[in-house]
Design a protein around this ligand. Structure first.
Ligand code: TRP
Length: 335
């Protein structure tokens, strides 16, 4: 609890600019949570360096992601929006938690297995201890809830295990966090291969809609979306994954259910469905895109947000880190 509200922490990587899946699966949900909780939303730039990157791309994407958080509706005064790398306590606590995490635990992480298969030539230890840094992110803010997708559940479980292990030795230092899974249906699939998740790293650029794609591009990508040969608009994710994905996307933006969306297109062709979804997405993203353009033009404002929130995050994180250091017997600082 902080200021009488439960604490919530989440973060996103800044390896490229955000796409529809990040928005519908996470960001949109974060906005709705910011009323009830004391929220910390980080741009986890230290996680991004576990994979080889271009310095300029990392710097630009990190700023873009931070601005998109705000453009999507997160008030940067009520929510603490900050770069992970601006709060050194993340790295410091990660080191300490490394000493409370077993090799066997990290070896079991499915995301590590997937990523190491993809990055065989750069199997660095940062990639291996990635979940420990993630645990530090969460525990520093004594977070009660962590809104994440299903793919992150294993990391949250590990975070709980590490925290419980630490608490069992040193007393009640960390709040044990819980995953806060978003509503079902918020998983956005690739427009070109609807058996896979929408991903910015997909080679086929038509498979993924970026939040900053212009209107024509968005509509074009939806027009090219892969459907099926059943020629009937029905919500049936099992047998009609492409059509169902389009209905899911449409339904979230229109704030209705996928079934109702299907009824709306009953008797209509796939072409009409694709055009309607493309236009809806373009219309609904327009305010976000306009806000982003304004923010991008106002460097001084964004800089002031970055500075103020890094200070706020550092103050909360610093308290937890100090408590940890003290409990463990690390020497007191001489003031
Ligand atoms: N690993 C998360 C992802 O890929 C990102 C992340 C880093 C995160 N630290 C976090 C998410 C802390 C929630 C809480 O999505």
């Amino acid at each position: 609890m902080l200021d009488g509200k439960p604490v919530l922490f989440s973060g996103m990587q800044a390896t490229s600019t955000l796409q529809l899946g990040n928005y519908l699966g996470a960001l949109k949900n974060w906005v709705s949570l910011s009323e009830k909780y004391e929220c910390f939303y980080s741009v986890v730039d230290l996680h991004s360096i576990t994979i080889r990157h271009e310095p300029a791309v990392l710097r630009n994407c990190s700023r873009d992601v931070l601005m998109l958080y705000i453009a999507a509706g997160l008030d940067p005064v009520r929510n603490c929006i900050f770069y992970q790398s601006h709060v050194p306590a993340h790295s410091e606590l990660a080191w300490i938690l490394n000493c409370f995490t077993y090799l066997g635990e990290l070896n079991r992480m499915t995301q590590f297995k997937d990523k190491s298969a993809k990055h065989e030539t750069n199997l660095n230890t940062g990639l291996f201890t990635y979940p420990v840094l993630q645990a530090a992110d969460i525990l520093l803010y004594q977070a009660d809830y962590v809104p994440v997708g299903k793919d992150q559940k294993q990391h949250i479980e590990l975070c709980r295990d590490i925290a419980q292990r630490f608490n069992a030795i040193y007393g009640d230092v960390f709040t044990i966090p819980e995953a806060h899974l978003g509503k079902s249906g918020a998983k956005v699939l690739s427009l070109q291969d609807p058996k896979k998740k929408m991903s910015k790293s997909d080679e086929n650029i038509n498979s993924c809609v970026f939040l900053l794609d212009d209107r024509d591009t968005i509509i074009r990508k939806f027009k090219k979306a892969v459907t099926d040969s059943l020629a009937e608009v029905k919500y049936d994710p099992e047998n009609q994954p492409g059509v169902s994905n389009l209905l899911d996307i449409y339904a979230i933006f229109k704030e209705t259910s996928a079934k109702e969306a299907a009824a709306e297109f009953n008797g209509k062709g796939y072409g009409e469905l694709k055009a309607a979804v493309g236009e809806t997405v373009a219309d609904c993203l327009k305010p976000l895109q306009e806000r982003y353009d304004e923010l991008k033009a106002d460097k001084a404002y964004i800089d002031s947000i970055i500075k103020a929130n890094a200070e706020k995050a550092s103050s909360v994180a610093g308290k937890t880190l100090q408590k940890v250091q003290k409990k463990m017997g690390l020497p007191f600082k001489v003031r």
